[in-house]
Design a protein around this ligand. Structure first.
Ligand SMILES: Cc1ncc(COP(=O)(O)O)c(C=O)c1O
Length: 396
């Protein structure tokens, strides 16, 4: 069949491609250690599961309002107020199938053909594709390891044009775990508000910060910044609920929220009703599983950073949020160990997967081709085993 032109814009997610290859090797009997996964390896907290079972038993199995059950929209609005001290109306909350759908819908309702969206790199793989699908143009602004992956207002000023409609902020960030300095967040938010540019703030890793780092939403900078900001969040990462598919957006612009809900009503309708009750329990529960998860992540991060730093030609920054390390391997590519030659970090990642069964994600999909991404949402034992294998192959 002849497919629509639009399909040529879609690229398979690079993380999924690697995952598929790793799974294929596993099926063939190879021992594979994957650092590719973007989800906590912990289980969903028990009270959340219980709430889902109770919802099921109570027959909460019918359509809900498209934008989500009122209790959940209220809990989302209240949680933001509790954590960030800024309130958004319940009418400005739309519950979506994960943060991914929220982002997709925001770009669809905001962008006209040729509108520009500033995307700091490294970026989460999905942003540019979703922007292009909505007819927009991603304008990529890089900030690598030399700058600790920290976007500044000066970067945005240099990239902005008449056509700039929005900026995507993601702090704590995937893939480098960088956390923007709160004072820079305020400067950026005030600048965007003054220029009438929307700030799409992806805060899915907002609770996953270490070493006393502070996650500050740009919505908190000023009343005008609150109006300019659309917050995107989800239960996915914070509560180990990636498979439940519950995310949301918060906006002060109820017209925008209504447009998103309309779009959703013509595509997926409400998100899964039972999962909405589970998310409600997660957001209104006692968060007691979180400190334990954070402690485990911090210990794994320290181990991973220490082991990566011993590898030849790896430059590693200590991530302060999320659960990823993003080492630069430029030096390894330009001066590889004796007898080895790698065209790119992609080639290096393929070689390591084939030789050692260790899966690392090349940085090209995140807009930074000289890097690799490793998730430390896996056990210390697997970090030790996996990186020992890599060290052996690289002669470290
Ligand atoms: C930065 C970022 N935003 C959004 C998402 C998507 O989250 P969800 O699973 O809630 O759709 C991810 C998932 O990896 C992510 O890393």
């Amino acid at each position: 069949m002849r497919l629509a032109e639009r399909t040529s814009l879609l690229r398979p997610s690079p993380t999924m491609a690697l995952d598929a290859k790793a799974k294929e090797m596993e099926r063939a009997g190879r021992s594979v250690i994957s650092f590719g996964v973007g989800e906590p390896d912990f289980d969903t907290p028990e009270p959340v599961k219980e709430a889902a079972i109770a919802a099921l038993r109570a027959g909460r199995t019918k359509y809900t309002p498209v934008a989500g059950i009122p209790e959940l929209r209220k809990a989302i609005s209240e949680r933001f107020l509790r954590e960030q001290g800024t309130s958004y109306p319940e009418a400005g909350v739309v519950v979506t199938a994960g943060a991914k759908q929220a982002l997709y819908e925001i770009f669809q309702v905001l962008l006209d053909a040729g509108d520009e969206v500033i995307v700091p790199a490294p970026y989460w793989v999905t942003y540019p594709d979703q922007i292009v699908l909505a007819g927009g143009k991603p304008v990529v602004v890089p900030a690598g390891i030399d700058r600790r992956f920290a976007l500044t207002l000066a970067d945005l000023e240099a990239a902005a044009t008449e056509r700039t409609r929005a900026v995507v902020l993601n702090s704590p960030q995937n893939p480098a775990g960088a956390v923007l300095d709160p004072s820079e967040v305020v400067r950026i938010a005030e600048w965007a508000a003054a220029r009438g540019i929307a700030l799409i703030s992806d805060e899915v890793y907002g609770r996953l910060v270490y070493d006393g780092a502070e996650h500050r939403s740009p919505a908190t900078a000023s009343p005008a910044a609150r109006e300019a900001t659309i917050v995107v969040d989800a239960v996915s990462k914070t509560y180990a609920m990636t498979g439940w598919r519950i995310g949301w957006l918060l906006t002060a612009d109820v017209k925008l929220a209504a447009a998103v809900a309309n779009l959703q009503s013509q595509s997926t309708s409400n998100t899964n009703s039972i999962a909405q009750y589970a998310a409600l329990a997660a957001l209104t529960g006692d968060d007691s599983a979180l400190p334990e998860m954070l402690r485990a992540f911090a210990a794994r991060r320290d181990l991973m950073v220490e082991m990566l730093r011993r590898l030849p030609g790896f430059e590693v920054d200590v991530p302060r949020g999320a659960f990823y390390c993003f080492p630069r391997v430029r030096e390894l590519l330009s001066a590889p160990p004796r007898g080895m030659r790698f065209e790119s970090a992609d080639a290096l990642a393929s070689h390591l997967l084939e030789e050692t069964g260790v899966a690392l994600v090349p940085g090209s999909g995140f807009g930074m081709p000289e890097y690799l991404r490793l998730s430390y949402a896996t056990s210390e034992q697997r970090i030790r085993d996996g990186l020992s294998r890599v060290a052996k192959v690289l002669g470290a």
